[in-house]
Design a protein around this ligand. Structure first.
Ligand code: GLA
Length: 376
């Protein structure tokens, strides 16, 4: 079964937009290995929009790779990605054109799925622009899912309809393995927070086999690239990454992975945070708002083997001490139990807490712990 854990990888869109080519893909595949991303669990290298010629081939009716960007075709690119032990992803759209105005797969689903299978594609992101007015969104996603299954190749289906048509209610049944639930992220604190807050009560629909995809990470972009916007500081990137992990959301990097600084690399390869994301049960966190700051979130996520993840997100503009009252999460004071915690950013054991924790967190930052429930 595909997607037994939230998919992890990298996607070209956030940083490179239409400026993609074979060299970039080869260098990025190398970076997966050289930077230890593959060892940390990142697997899918995904080429987003703008990879093809502006029109289909007039004779075969197929979508063809752009002759300057990918002069050797896509099979060669896929072979290189596979030679590194990685999986190869591509992009199309349920409308007649893609969002950046290249040919879309509407009414060509089975032919295009065949083309992707012949390229050696393992993952297809499927967007939602330019569909005919009378077309029914869910049925177009069902069609492509069926076409991918008919292609004879195992291809992970990454649906991207931005949360329209109450996507969470039908997308698992439509055969997708992950589904975008929001509009596009940009590299700002406002953007990742809005996305994280808007989906806080929607992760009950996200589980092994099909996950709520809250978009590619902007971690490490620092304002550069296509969705660079204003950029974030390192505290924001810690918070963004930790939020995605607490939600067990897909971890698709969007920065230039060939040139990550030390902070970015350490963050995105933090094994303990990734283990929270990839936990086998993929349960949504229990979320409470801080009593004195509506936007600051306190979370407890149940993990496998009777362990827990605890997280504090300070989404305000001032440093604060954030309280977690265990009774609000199912652990009353009279139970005789408390949590023994390890800080996942420092790796330090920070002792035993009973009844409550109160943790100082700087503005925009977070604190994340792995916890064990013990008597004491
Ligand atoms: C949409 C998607 C983005 C990206 C672009 C490409 O906006 O939501 O993630 O794929 O299209 O044009």
């Amino acid at each position: 079964m595909l997607a037994q854990r939230p998919p992890m990888g990298w996607n070209t869109w956030n940083t490179f937009g239409k400026d993609i080519n074979e060299t970039l893909i080869r260098e990025s595949a190398d970076a997966f290995i050289d930077n230890g991303l593959k060892d940390a669990g990142y697997e899918y290298l995904v080429i987003d929009d703008c990879w093809s010629e502006y029109n289909r081939d007039p004779i075969t009716d197929r979508i063809v790779p752009h002759h300057e960007k990918f002069p050797n075709g896509m099979k060669v690119v896929a072979d290189y990605v596979h030679s590194k032990g990685l999986k190869f992803g591509m992009y199309s759209c349920d409308g007649v054109r893609t969002c950046a105005d290249y040919p879309g797969s509407f009414d060509h689903e089975f032919l295009d799925a065949q083309t992707f299978a012949e390229f050696g594609v393992d993952y297809l992101k499927y967007d939602n622009c330019y569909k005919p007015n009378n077309a029914d969104g869910p049925s177009l996603y069902r069609r492509m899912a069926m076409a991918l299954r008919a292609s004879g190749r195992e291809i992970l289906f990454s649906a991207c309809n931005w949360g329209t048509d109450d996507v969470w209610t039908w997308i698992r049944g439509a055969g997708a393995h992950m589904y975008r639930s929001t509009g596009d992220i940009n590299d700002s604190a406002e953007s990742y927070r809005n996305i994280a807050l808007s989906q806080a009560d929607k992760f009950g629909y996200s589980a092994p086999g099909c996950y709520n995809d809250i978009d590619m990470l902007t971690v490490g972009m620092y304002g550069k690239g296509l969705v660079g916007s204003v950029g974030c500081n390192d505290a924001d990137y810690r918070s963004q990454f930790a939020l995605w992990c607490m939600y067990s959301a897909p971890l698709m990097l969007g920065c230039d992975i060939r040139h990550m600084n030390k902070q970015t690399l350490e963050l995105v390869t933090n094994r303990e945070l990734i283990a929270i994301d990839q936990d086998g049960e993929c349960r949504p966190p229990i979320i409470r708002k801080c009593v004195w700051d509506e936007n600051s979130l306190i979370m407890l996520k149940m993990l496998e083997n009777n362990e827990y993840a605890i997280a504090f997100f300070n989404m305000g503009e001032k440093d604060k001490s954030l309280p977690m009252l265990f009774s609000e999460f199912g652990l009353p004071a009279h139970s005789g139990y408390g949590f023994k915690v390890r800080n996942l950013f420092t790796g330090e054991d920070e002792g035993f807490y009973k009844e409550y924790m109160r943790i100082p967190v700087q503005a925009h930052d977070c604190a994340v712990y792995r916890a064990q429930l013990v008597r004491g």
